[in-house]
Design a protein around this ligand. Structure first.
Ligand code: ADP
Ligand code: MG
Length: 322
């Protein structure tokens, strides 16, 4: 199969989105933004073995590569308008490509976005670069620098699932023996198939102050909001929303209690809002703390004591102790 047959077979799909005038096949795609819309652009690179376990199913790789990018649009309250895919592949394995394309296109269809272009090359290391283009009204964009003292801090969904799911892959011996198989599968699924919170981001764009998606861990990503906004925060460890599977794991092994603070890959939205807007949250969301004027992040445990956050979230370039 040559490069062009591959692109035609797996990546060129009919696209019935009004914002896309021309998709895959020419030198460029043509997009038409809606009137008064600003364009938001974000790219994420995924490297096999680093951003997803090597044994990840191709469908899940396709899903995740798109989901993590759509999540960035969700975090700013934008709607997806188009997506491009740079693919570096060790070999053109039809089964792998069919699975990957299925996972990618299925999620794209679910959120009404089309693959409009990309590039495909042979390379020893499976690497994916996805770029999403989004549209938003300029006065409704959510940024990291808009948190204000007195704001509530809230999060969609549950935290720590993906981090625990990664443990089931990287250190299966550390999984409590009594943890049901269904819980392990659920947590692995949360790692492999994150849900971009686009609808929630759209709602939040109407009234939330600052927002970010939790890709590198709650403490680290909240830290980005605090730094950009020039404020501090206090959060309550006991308030962090946990799935039933994560709760069962923590009950069997209390040593992972702070993992939902530091583990990445959940792709939930973390946002701040004025207390009087709390009733406008019409989707599952949990208030976990508040913004204060004094800089710094204080996390309190059940007993009200401050938790040591020395070990933060994921950092590709972090240097170890020397
Ligand atoms: P060019 O040589 O002009 O860069 P290519 O031969 O690389 O064009 O690509 C041909 C067409 O296929 C272009 O429209 C390009 O955007 C699209 N394309 C290539 N790879 C991918 C991919 N992985 N996903 C989606 N579209 C792709
Ligand atoms: Mg090319």
């Amino acid at each position: 199969m040559n490069e062009f047959a591959l692109i035609r077979r797996y990546f060129a799909r009919d696209c019935a989105t009004p914002s896309v005038l021309l998709g895959v096949g020419d030198d460029c795609a043509i997009l038409k933004p809606a009137p008064d819309e600003v364009l938001l652009v974000s790219t994420d690179l995924l490297v096999a073995g680093r951003h997803f376990p090597l044994n990840t199913a191709p469908e899940d790789i396709g899903h995740k590569a798109l989901a993590v990018n759509l999540s960035d649009l969700a975090a700013m309250g934008a709607q997806p308008r188009g997506v491009t895919l740079g693919l570096a592949l060790p070999e053109a394995d039809p089964d792998w490509l069919a699975g990957f394309a299925e996972g990618f296109h299925r999620l794209a269809a679910e959120f009404g976005v089309c693959l409009i272009g990309g590039d495909t090359v042979a390379s020893p290391q499976l690497t994916l670069a996805v770029t999403v283009l989004g549209g938003a009204q300029p006065d409704r964009v959510l940024r990291r620098d808009a948190a204000r003292p007195g704001d509530l801090i809230a999060v969609t969904g549950t935290l720590g699932d993906a981090g625990l799911g990664l443990r089931t892959v990287l250190s299966p011996d550390s999984v409590p023996a009594e943890l049901p198989l269904a819980d392990r599968d659920y947590l692995r699924g949360r790692l492999d198939r994150p849900t971009p919170r686009l609808a929630e981001g759209q709602v939040l764009a109407g009234f939330a102050h600052a927002a970010i998606d939790v890709s590198d861990g709650l403490a680290q990503d909240l830290g980005h909001i605090l730094a950009a906004s020039g404020v501090g925060a206090e959060i309550d460890l006991a308030a962090l929303p946990l799935s039933a599977a994560a709760r069962r794991w923590l009950a069997l092994d209390p040593s992972v209690e702070t993992l939902p603070l530091t583990a990445g890959d959940d792709y939930e939205l973390l946002f701040t809002l004025a207390p009087e807007d709390r009733d406008r949250l019409d989707f599952p969301a949990t208030v976990i703390g508040s913004i204060r004027a004094e800089p710094g992040l204080v996390v309190r445990n059940r007993a009200g004591q401050a938790v040591d956050l020395a070990r933060g979230g994921f950092d590709h370039f972090a240097v170890g102790p020397d």
